[in-house]
Design a protein around this ligand. Structure first.
Ligand code: CA
Length: 233
């Protein structure tokens, strides 16, 4: 069972929205289309799409506001749709953490290829040959499949962002090994950009909320006070 990549498109111009949806669907993605910023926020509070295509100028809450809100909570990839005159907003959007942008009018094919590129960058492809692949890890009711990037608690699928998955997978591959935050930043986020170490704390908290029966008394991801974190098998 492979889950279809889910893309949220927030765009209030019906013709652009519709053609975007059509092309993304044709490219094999599951698409949710929303036209209002506030409705999009409500949706994002409940669901975790794999990528968000976000128009900058929206009724309700605008695209920058949504980007800021999202980045405080998740690292879901964001592609902004902007008009040519919105140059400064675009820069601002990047600073807030958008992954890419497409300037209107754009060709839907161009957008699809940007979506693919951003997903490739953010969801590291499972390494290893198709036959065999990487080992599935399981402890108690927790199952981590790096080939499908699926995480199950019992029969329930836990939907993680790309980074959350990478973080969990790394720690679960090295049970009981203590990682400090800088090491986790290097291994999961890469060393070529500066990221605040508190990002790790935020991701660990979100992982616990998603995985643990009782996030304040975690079973799997334990804090080693003054040092970092470890995975308890
Ligand atoms: Ca608009």
């Amino acid at each position: 069972m492979t889950q279809q990549t889910h893309i949220l498109v927030v765009e209030d111009e019906p013709s652009i929205a519709e053609v975007t949806r059509l092309y993304l669907k044709r490219a094999g993605y599951r698409v949710t289309l929303l036209a209002d910023g506030q409705v999009a926020l409500d949706f994002l509070a409940r669901e975790t799409p794999d990528l968000v295509v976000l128009d900058l100028m929206l009724p309700g809450v605008d695209g920058l506001e949504i980007t800021r809100w999202l980045r405080a909570r998740s690292d879901v990839p964001i592609i902004m749709l902007t008009a040519r005159r919105e140059e400064t907003d675009r820069v601002l959007g990047f600073e807030m953490g958008a992954d890419d942008y497409v300037v209107k009018p754009f060709s839907p094919r161009e957008l699809v290829s940007r979506v693919r590129a951003v997903l490739r960058r953010t969801q590291k492809a499972p390494a290893g040959p198709a036959a065999g692949g990487q080992a599935v890890i399981s402890f108690d009711s927790l199952t981590i499949d790096p080939n499908t990037r699926q995480v199950l608690i019992g029969d329930r699928e836990v939907v993680l962002t790309a980074r959350e998955f990478d973080l969990l997978h790394l720690m679960a591959r090295h049970p009981r090994q203590v990682f400090n935050r800088d090491r986790l930043l290097d291994l999961v986020w890469g060393m070529n950009e500066y990221i605040d170490p508190s990002t790790v704390t935020v991701h660990v908290r979100r992982l616990r909320e998603k995985l643990e029966a009782n996030p304040s008394h975690p079973r799997y991801i334990l804090t080693v006070w003054g040092v970092g974190y470890k995975f308890e098998p």
